[in-house]
Design a protein around this ligand. Structure first.
Ligand code: GLC
Length: 451
């Protein structure tokens, strides 16, 4: 009997030590291994973000609950009305694929706390709305069937959970510390941390291979939340152990931790140059909206044009980055016409020009972009791509390139572009002879075969 007790104690101790050890460590990998793990993503360059939740019903920003200081009770009507009868993720997936996107990230839960998936740990989920189904399951299957890599966005912030403490980014936020303390009496972040862990485990266990997870977001400081509040390291540790290949964003507040993030995520900005960390160029992806809001916003009229969106993609690639372009589906479950139109036009351009995007990156420093052009480069094929943002008048001069070029053609139709070397003052400059009329593509691209 005693012996049995002893062995149980030893076993428990052993398990404790093992679990402590595995809690503390993120998997180690070399720089080369990380590049390899992320290769499909860096080659892909273009993905779709999808922000969908109850906020599609008010249709005036996914932060509407905070902006209008709405209580859980008042917000409940959207839960009771949620019934996206036209939801057909195969149609979404087709549109993403046609646009040229290679991966997708959907909000499994956004800040409002509503879960699109059938979580065991809450009643606040799609299966309990009039719609009555797990939206995530169909989503995962549909996008996979179209050959896209599938990812989830999971909000660290939660404006519905009773144990999530009120902070400065909360609809019920207040303006004094004593008022915060009063409101937060009885709220237990330990329980909320457990809740998150359980949900992330569900998401990364029940839906097959998940290629990306987006945790969003930390805001350390006064009345804010950072890695200690989320227990970020153990969340991440768990994510990586459940899905060893998974790619993770940088919003867990683990910037200083080795393996604490895979890429940085500049939001709604055009970066000035390839971002660096500790003096090294790092993987990055800019996430962008069509019009400003991430969730469906009926009355927002600040939509980017087709040309602007294509430029955003090219620009990102030209600095070694990715573009994650967002769609906010309606409460019927459809992409609204403006989004469909933009995706279609990107698809038309991508169909003929995607060689300047997939597998491409920043051009070697020896090539200087002529005015009004953006360069990308494919290191495997050794081709340079010149994107003509403003179409020139019949001639384009490439400085210092006369001995570097083998052949030039338009990318969209593979028609030859003749060139000649300059002389005298223009020695060293190569002059491309372009047709006077701009070819019928939103942004024309020259494909340059280098020597
Ligand atoms: C912000 C916003 C959020 C959006 C996200 C996308 O952090 O809180 O609404 O989901 O950016 O990057």
């Amino acid at each position: 009997m005693k012996l049995k007790n002893l062995s149980i104690i030893t076993l428990t101790l052993l398990l404790l030590i093992i679990s402590q050890y595995s809690q503390a460590q993120l998997p180690k990998e070399t720089e080369a291994q990380k590049i390899q793990r992320m290769k499909w993503w860096t080659d892909a360059r273009f993905g779709m973000f999808i922000h969908w939740g109850l906020y599609a019903l008010p249709a005036r920003h996914e932060w509407v609950k905070l902006h209008e200081r709405i209580t859980n009770d008042q917000y409940q009507k959207y839960f009771e009305m949620f019934n996206p009868d036209l939801y057909d993720p195969r149609e979404w997936a087709r549109q993403a694929k046609t646009a040229g996107m290679k991966y997708v990230v959907l909000t499994a839960k956004h800040h409002e706390g509503f879960c699109l998936f059938d979580s065991k740990f809450t009643d606040y989920k799609a299966t309990n709305t009039p719609f009555g189904k797990d939206l995530i399951k169909e989503y995962v299957e549909a996008f996979r069937a179209e050959g896209l890599k599938v990812g989830f966005y999971y909000s660290l912030i939660d404006w519905h959970h009773p144990d999530y403490t009120i902070d400065r980014n909360h609809p019920q936020r207040v303006d004094s510390d004593t008022a915060f303390a009063r409101l937060n009496k009885g709220r237990d972040m330990n329980k909320y941390r457990e809740y998150m862990k359980n949900q992330v485990r569900e998401l990364l266990t029940n839906y097959g291979e998940i290629s990306i997870i987006w945790f969003d977001f930390s805001f350390p400081g006064k009345n804010g939340k950072g890695h200690a509040d989320w227990d970020s390291e153990s969340l991440l540790k768990m994510a990586r152990s459940l899905q060893p290949g998974i790619i993770v964003d940088d919003r867990l507040d683990l910037k200083e931790v080795e393996g604490g993030w895979d890429f940085i995520s500049p939001e709604q900005v055009k970066v000035a140059k390839w971002p660096e960390y500790n003096g090294k160029k790092i993987p990055w992806e800019t996430c962008q909206t069509f019009s400003g809001s991430w969730g469906y916003y009926r009355d927002e009229h600040t939509w980017k044009s087709n040309a602007q969106l294509i430029e955003l993609l090219i620009e990102s690639v030209s600095k070694g980055g990715n573009l994650l372009l967002n769609v906010g589906p309606t409460a019927r479950g459809t992409f609204d016409l403006r989004a469909q139109d933009r995706l279609k036009s990107m698809g038309e351009w991508m169909k003929l020009n995607n060689r300047s995007v997939y597998g491409c990156t920043e051009a070697p420093a020896e090539f200087t972009a002529p005015a009004n052009t953006v360069l990308t480069y494919n290191p495997v094929t050794n081709r340079l791509y010149i994107h003509l943002l403003a179409y020139p008048m019949g001639r384009l001069n490439l400085k210092g390139m006369n001995d570097k070029i083998k052949y030039v053609q338009f990318l969209h139709d593979a028609s030859e572009v003749k060139f000649s070397a300059g002389s005298g003052e223009d020695a060293g400059t190569l002059s491309l002879q372009l047709p006077m009329q701009k070819p019928p593509v939103e942004i024309a691209v020259l494909e340059v075969y280098l020597k």
